[in-house]
Design a protein around this ligand. Structure first.
Ligand SMILES: Nc1ncnc2c1ncn2[C@@H]1O[C@H](COP(=O)(O)OP(=O)(O)OP(=O)(O)O)[C@@H](O)[C@H]1O
Length: 304
């Protein structure tokens, strides 16, 4: 497997506060890598380090096979498109004027610029002043600016922040389209929903630490789904199982009890306890868990 981004021991401290802690990122080339974590988890700081906008306290970064640091960033940056923090662009200029300024700065052909504008479907709004753009249009302009240099790697920090569902959907499509055309996309979000269907690989950070990295299926199988027992006396079952269950017991509806954090032995022993207590067990199953639940569990504990 070739990786577009590899980090070793990547760490950033501000005073005594470690905001990024020993990250070993592996972003496969050609993937859409969803970089997830709650607000303040250290996603932006990590992305800024990847772009050499923030100097790491420790660790190494390799981008597209080359070491990335102050001394090399001039050679590496032309291959990276990025959207970090607020969308770029001058508000008093139109979209077209902004793209022209960028074109002059980076010495891009008109065809290159037209291609980038086309990809984000901004053509119809090019003659409007950017300060009159909706947030979605601003984000798309930012992405067009990032794309104009035809990057091999695109780093986007929360590109769907503040967008409505239609805008989010559009960005999703765009990211898939780019990945299908060979661009590696690293995209951060604090909402799993937003990247789950787009990302082929997920990296989850919590309090600066990488608590999971792998495919969506690997994430689901790394967590234990709840056991749901349907029985004759669910309310009594909750009392009986309370001291027994490792993680938690809840009565989910009229006839069912949910138990979290139980392995197979724990499940067998819970059923035996119910039967011993004279409660009729009608059925036992593992609940289907959405990724959002898994994500919440992972980040609540701060561990996998
Ligand atoms: N320049 C700085 N000086 C001191 N602390 C900082 C600095 N930049 C970021 N931090 C702190 O680092 C932590 C991580 O911030 P960061 O912006 O990387 O998180 P994030 O996961 O991107 O969250 P968000 O989605 O809210 O931007 C926060 O506690 C933040 O206050």
């Amino acid at each position: 497997m070739t990786y577009a981004v590899v980090t070793e021991d990547l760490t950033k401290r501000y005073g005594s506060h470690t905001v990024v802690d020993d990250l070993a990122l592996r972003v496969p080339a050609g993937s859409v890598y969803g970089f997830l974590g709650p607000n303040g988890a250290g996603k932006s700081t990590t992305m800024k380090m990847l772009l050499s906008l923030v100097t790491p306290s420790e660790g190494q970064i390799e981008i597209l096979g080359r070491p990335m640091h102050r001394g090399t960033r001039r050679e590496v940056l032309p291959d990276i498109g990025s959207l970090i923090e607020s969308p770029p662009g001058y508000g008093h200029l139109t979209g077209r004027e902004n793209m022209r300024v960028l074109g002059r700065m980076l010495d891009l052909t008109d065809a290159r610029i037209a291609e980038a504008v086309d990809t984000v479907r901004l053509g119809a709004h090019l003659d409007k002043k950017v300060r009159d753009y909706s947030l979605g249009m601003k984000q798309r302009l930012g992405i067009a600016m990032a794309l104009a240099r035809r990057p091999r790697l695109l780093v986007l920090d929360e590109p769907t922040n503040g967008l409505d569902p239609a805008g989010i959907d559009e960005i999703r499509h765009l990211l898939r389209h780019l990945a299908a055309h060979g661009v590696t996309v690293m995209v951060s979000s604090h909402l799993l929903d937003e990247v789950e269907r787009t990302a082929t690989v997920l990296g989850i950070v919590s309090a600066g630490r990488l608590i999971f990295q792998g495919t969506r299926d690997e994430l689901l199988s790394a967590s234990t789904p709840d056991v749901v027992i349907s029985c004759s006396a669910p309310a009594r079952a909750v009392d009986v199982l309370g001291p027994h269950a490792a993680a938690g017991v809840a009565q989910s509806n009229g006839s069912e009890v949910s138990l979290s954090g139980l392995d197979d032995d724990g499940t067998a022993s819970a059923v035996a306890t119910l039967v011993r207590d004279g409660i009729g067990v009608f059925g036992v199953r593992r609940a289907h868990r959405g990724l959002d639940e898994v994500f919440r569990d992972l980040t609540a504990d701060g561990r996998l």
